[in-house]
Design a protein around this ligand. Structure first.
Ligand code: UDP
Length: 483
């Protein structure tokens, strides 16, 4: 028998969004480095995007135990698949479109195709019944913050306690009946989906949250893309409900650390982006002074309204700072970036701005010219900013981002929160706070946090050791199967 027929076989199926596919690929590669066999299930559409825009297939072909498989997302080829609306749609349609093929892989597989362990992504808890039926152990994986994972539990309890739905006039009050977060969370800091709920959507959120909570409580173990030193108190709360929790992040940095120097270059040159990267921004950054540029990116799902686009653009120009702005196809699905602009703003954009459709974000954040990151507070972006040591201005859009931005500003104090406001004066003032007035204070705490992140993924650090324990646990499953 060769080494791979003895290796555990892990099934991985990320929720089909950029913020899940990227960290899941990083985790898959970390497991491959430990000779774990992986079947990585992607939607056909996402696999086509990865093949078109990256060398990921060639990169992962280095691992004999790794294979991609594809699955339909249940939508026609010409569906635009853009923005947050699409993600909400996917949450509702994916269970029925994915279950039949997932059943084939999990329940009906035989011989070497038999799955030893299923890594269950957040918002995919519909798949845990199939794992139960197949008697395959589940490890729940969360790519959001521990603070967000805990808030999901709180949301469910707040609905039961009648605190959600809440009226707009409560937005600035501290949340009641939410242990661990009620000393600093206002109602506006709860997960974005807790807002504006009518009776039926309230029931839907309650069901989703309960199912997510059950998924982590029932899982054999839970993996979170964070590190102990960043989120200790929230991890303690989660641990009081789950048997084993491994923090192994920041995953992107962890993977780079574990690859040999030669392979690190390979990994950095490669990417897992679903859109084509425009590298021209790196030459533009090369021409700018140290820490003089604000990087503006709102991830893969944010959609601006026309008013938000106008105010944001005016605020950026009026801040008089250089800015590199990712204007992705998602961002402008609801408005037109080319609509007429006043001459003075146009001048300001030409003088100090640069726009790309999709940036090599990790490389941009690590560039010496970047002084601040205006972000939507997606958790991957937050961790990437932490590793690069760049303070943030948070303007959350939906979901976990409302939670993360509060965490960043009030708990870690490595950024500012511009939640729920977007007029040009506020944008201008807060960019100036980020880049000048509050720069030293923010940079001081960010540098400490960044060092802790790097320590955690280095040999002997908390995330490094936890990943070793996770690998031991997965390898132990095959031994149990043999008995
Ligand atoms: N990203 C990128 N280029 C861009 C914008 C984003 O490579 O121009 C990457 C970013 O590095 C991160 C991911 O897309 O890894 C976005 O994930 P996040 O959790 O921050 O936000 P989401 O897209 O899930 O809202």
């Amino acid at each position: 028998m060769d080494q791979h027929s003895l290796a555990p076989h892990v099934l991985i199926f990320p929720f089909p969004a950029q913020g899940h596919v990227t960290p899941m690929l990083n985790l898959a590669e970390l497991l491959c480095l430990a000779n774990v066999k992986i079947t990585f299930l992607n939607t056909i559409h996402n696999q086509q995007c990865l093949t078109k825009h990256t060398d990921i297939e060639a990169r992962l072909a280095r691992y004999p135990g790794f294979r991609f498989k594809t699955i339909s997302d249940g939508h026609p080829d010409d569906h635009p698949r853009l923005g947050g609306d699409w993600l909400r749609e996917m949450l509702q349609t994916l269970p029925s479109s994915a279950k039949p093929q997932l059943r084939e892989i999990l329940v009906n597989a035989t011989g070497i195709d038999k799955v030893t362990c299923f890594l269950l992504d957040g918002w995919m808890s519909f798949a845990r019944d199939l794992a139960k039926e197949a008697k395959v152990p589940v490890i729940a994986v969360r790519f959001g913050s521990a603070c967000f994972t805990w808030s999901i539990k709180c949301t469910s309890e707040l609905i039961e306690a009648g605190e959600i739905p809440f009226k707009d006039d409560k937005m600035d009050q501290l949340v009641k009946n939410a242990p661990g977060i009620d000393s600093f969370f206002r109602y506006r800091d709860l997960p974005g989906y807790s807002r504006n709920l009518d009776t039926s959507s309230c029931q839907y959120i309650q069901d989703m949250s309960t199912s997510e909570v059950q998924a982590i409580e029932e899982a054999q173990s839970v993996v979170i893309n964070t590190f102990e030193e960043l989120e200790g108190p929230f991890l303690s709360l989660i641990r009081s409900h789950c048997s084993r929790v491994y923090t192994i992040g920041p995953l992107h940095a962890h993977l780079n650390y574990r690859l040999s120097p030669k392979e690190t270059t390979l990994s950095k040159n490669s990417s897992s982006n679903l859109w084509e990267i425009d590298r021209s921004c790196i030459s533009w950054l090369d021409q700018k002074p140290d820490k003089s540029v604000v990087y503006v990116s709102f991830g893969s799902s944010t959609m601006l309204t026309k008013d938000q686009l106008i105010e944001l653009r005016a605020g950026l120009v009026q801040s008089k700072k250089y800015f590199l702005w990712v204007v992705s196809p998602n961002l402008i699905t609801k408005c037109d970036i080319n609509s007429p602009i006043q001459d003075d703003l146009l001048e300001g954009i030409k003088e100090r701005g640069y726009m790309v459709g999709w940036a090599p974000q990790e490389e941009v954040l690590a560039h010496r010219a970047i002084g601040g990151f205006m972000t939507h507070s997606g958790w991957n972006s937050t961790l990437e900013s932490i590793v690069a040591g760049v303070p943030m201005l948070c303007w959350p859009y939906f979901g976990d981002q409302q939670v993360n931005s509060r965490f960043v500003s009030e708990v870690s104090r490595i950024g500012l929160d511009m939640k729920d406001s977007c007029n040009r004066t506020i944008v201008k003032n807060m960019i100036n706070d980020l880049m000048e007035r509050k720069k030293d204070e923010l940079q001081g705490s960010m540098s400490k946090t960044s060092n802790l992140a790097k320590k955690s993924i280095s040999e002997g650090g908390s995330s490094y050791s936890n990943l070793n324990h996770l690998i031991e646990e997965i390898k132990g499953m095959i031994k149990k199967e043999e008995h």
